[in-house]
Design a protein around this ligand. Structure first.
Ligand code: ADP
Length: 491
């Protein structure tokens, strides 16, 4: 099959969040299953050029219609760790992608509307006719709209679109200008509830809604998050739209990159291990304690790795820290906060706990240290308020660290409570789950995990090994996406 991914990120060359990892990881898994994949991206000034091999000009005069006139673009091409990527580079005074950032500009909807228009023009002009165009998040929500309202009449009638939503929070709410800029024009036609009109603001267009309405299939990044988006406030106003289109909506769990996350080969950790050599994990715990100046004692190590913000349940992270210390455990936190209030809160805690030999807070982003923490910790905490998929619990499982998570989004689909899960047999369970957002709920789960470590070490070890036996690589998700691609091609 010939698949073109159109996205605003692709790791590691352009990465702001999980989206970049998905675009790269999925593309590689699809290629490993012998499918042809190309990726179209904006050419940002601030992307990691050192991760692109053989960057060269692939197309010189891409003329993109824009506001009844045109913007000239060139298209560069290169390989990002083996993936063939095309980078759209508009030559206009708007400097759409030369802003020193990926997102966060006032005219973001216009920047990415232009990207959509240019990407689809590029496909048209270069005679690329993929079986499936796979788009991601609001930034590319206009692709299926443009395809079905304009480009199918120009020889692109056979292309099908799969649209993946990674985050419902950002939907690309914008004004009428987008229609005039992209040549969609007909204001009355698009400002309809069953087309692009925002569900809250009748005077605004919603680009993500456009993606949902016009795509052949829509998914979010875990089955449970798909359910939440359709039936709860997690859908951020799009629940009804998803409900109307439920027949083409589902959830597919993300994978993690096994080339990066394999404790047997991880170059960032001192002691490699697998389920057969699980006892070597203890050496990583020792190395981690040495590195962070923690006591070597008979206590479990509880760790949190992640952004420090409301989504991640930051009040529960904070509570867990003190609760773990009280319950005879050690606690390590690796996280960064963008919100100033949360940032200063955790800096204060860091200073307050500085002398505590059972606790370490590392504030900032540190990829290398995160590997050692996954490998050295006994328990990984993920108390999120909402979590479309979540990678930390899957990485924790892979490294034999037992996850303690809140039962939301993708966490529900990946972590199964040792004591209470009804869907798995005891030998398939792999962690602890709590549901409410209060301290008692968190304590009940963390308490069980710490208690098992202290009083039933063999059973704790067994639980960690059961977690390691799960396959959360990209193989399964890629197969599921292929199933969807096949379905929409032949529908
Ligand atoms: P998000 O909502 O931030 O995308 P995910 O769980 O999907 O959350 O992915 C988080 C990823 O980022 C994981 O791979 C985690 O290890 C990594 N990560 C988060 N914070 C840090 C940090 N401070 N240092 C190193 N890695 C981090």
């Amino acid at each position: 099959m010939y698949i073109v991914q159109i996205a605003s990120e692709c790791a590691p060359v352009i990465k702001a969040g999980g989206l970049g990892d998905v675009v790269f990881g999925l593309s590689r898994a699809l290629e490993r299953q012998d499918h042809a994949v190309e990726i179209i991206l904006p050419k940002y000034d601030c992307m990691r050029y050192d991760h692109i091999w053989g960057l060269h000009n692939a197309y010189q005069d891409l003329i993109v219609p824009w506001y009844g006139q045109a913007i000239y673009c060139s298209v560069d091409c290169g390989w990002v760790h083996g993936r063939l990527c095309f980078f759209i580079d508009p030559h206009s005074n708007d400097s759409f992608f030369n802003r020193g950032c990926y997102y966060g500009c006032d005219d973001d909807p216009m920047r990415f509307a232009f990207f959509c228009k240019a990407a689809i023009e590029f496909l048209l002009i270069t005679n690329k006719r993929p079986d499936v165009i796979h788009c991601h998040d609001w930034q590319t929500g206009l692709i299926p709209v443009l395809l079905y309202e304009i480009y199918k009449y120009h020889g692109m009638g056979n292309q099908r679109v799969c649209y993946s939503i990674h985050n419902f929070k950002h939907q690309g709410i914008t004004g009428v200008n987008i229609l005039w800029a992209t040549g969609l024009n007909r204001e009355d036609y698009y400002f309809q509830y069953d087309r692009l009109q925002d569900n809250f603001n009748p005077f605004a267009l919603n680009l993500m809604k456009g993606g949902i309405v016009y795509s052949n299939f829509v998914n979010t990044v875990s089955p449970h998050h798909a359910w939440e988006a359709r039936f709860s406030e997690i859908g951020c106003g799009l629940s009804h739209t998803l409900d109307l289109h439920h027949y083409k909506f589902g959830g597919i769990l993300n994978g993690i990159d096994y080339d990066v996350w394999t404790p047997e080969e991880d170059s960032y950790i001192p002691a490699h291990f697998n389920p057969e050599t699980f006892e070597k994990k203890a050496k990583n715990k020792t190395a981690l304690r040495e590195r962070l100046w923690l006591n070597h004692n008979d206590k479990p190590l509880v760790a949190y790795i992640g952004r420090l913000d409301q989504q991640k349940g930051v009040h529960l992270v904070h509570h867990a820290m003190y609760y773990a210390l009280r319950r005879n455990a050690q606690f390590i936190l690796l996280g960064s906060a963008t919100e100033p209030g949360i940032n200063s809160w955790f800096w204060h805690e860091k200073h307050f706990l500085n002398e505590n030999p059972d606790c370490h807070l590392e504030l900032g982003f540190n990829e290398e240290l995160s590997h050692l923490i996954y490998a050295g910790a006994d328990i990984i905490l993920v108390p999120s308020n909402y979590e479309p998929c979540g990678l930390t619990q899957m990485i924790g499982l892979r490294y034999g660290s037992v996850p303690v998570v809140r039962g939301v989004g993708g966490l529900v689909n990946t972590v199964f409570d040792r004591d209470y899960d009804m869907t798995k047999t005891p030998d398939q369970r792999n962690g602890y789950v709590f549901y409410q957002t209060d301290f008692n709920a968190l304590e009940s789960a963390l308490d069980r995990a710490i208690g098992l470590w202290h009083y039933y070490p063999d059973e704790f070890r067994e639980l960690a090994l059961q977690g390691m036996s799960y396959d959360y690589s990209w193989n399964n998700p890629a197969t599921q996406y292929l199933g969807i691609y096949d379905y929409i091609r032949h529908k």
